[in-house]
Ligand binder design. Structure first.
Ligand SMILES: Nc1nc2c([nH]c(=O)n2[C@@H]2O[C@H](COP(=O)(O)OP(=O)(O)OP(=O)(O)O)[C@@H](O)[C@H]2O)c(=O)[nH]1
Length: 135
């Protein structure tokens, strides 16, 4: 194991829904859903990494982003420190350059879609937060 890998993940919002993507075949944990993002490159800021990853993956450019939560997670094959951002605004429409399936989810209505282990808590938190806002 080579230490902890820094990863950015964007919770992209549109009309009260958030975007999630399915990890494509050929990647570790293929078939699990996650927030778009990826590994931070050497010398890169978190914001720059997020903008680069969202452009590469989906052709989206975040224009208003806010760091929300950071958490460490140890998988069998990798340890990651995840930096979750809320992306309140973006330009572009989704074009999945890397073969991702993608969906906009209403918080609390993700059904039995399997999210990565580190993300399930986040998905639950978004549901609680949306519930609290409604009541
Ligand atoms: N992109 C992303 N990765 C996540 C999330 N949650 C989570 O645990 N991860 C983990 O963080 C790591 C990110 O790696 P990645 O494979 O997406 O990154 P990448 O595209 O830059 O990598 P690569 O070029 O080596 O394939 C994976 O081990 C993944 O399991 C998430 O919400 N989004």
């Amino acid at each position: 194991m080579n230490g902890v890998v820094e990863v950015v993940a964007g919770i992209v919002w549109r009309d009260g829904r958030f975007l999630a993507v399915e990890r494509p075949q050929g990647k570790p944990q293929a078939g699990f859903w996650e927030f778009p993002g990826g590994k931070v490159e050497r010398g890169e800021s978190l914001e720059d990494a997020l903008v680069r990853e969202l452009r590469e993956e989906l052709d989206l450019t975040p224009t208003d982003m806010e760091l929300w939560q950071e958490k460490r997670h140890d998988y069998e094959h990798i340890s990651v420190r995840l930096h979750f951002f809320h992306v309140h605004a973006h330009s572009g429409a989704v074009v999945p350059h890397e073969g991702h399936a993608w969906r906009w989810f209403v918080p609390g209505e993700t059904g039995d879609v399997p999210f990565l282990a580190a993300d399930t808590e986040i998905v639950d938190e978004l549901a609680r937060w949306a519930n609290a806002k409604r009541s």
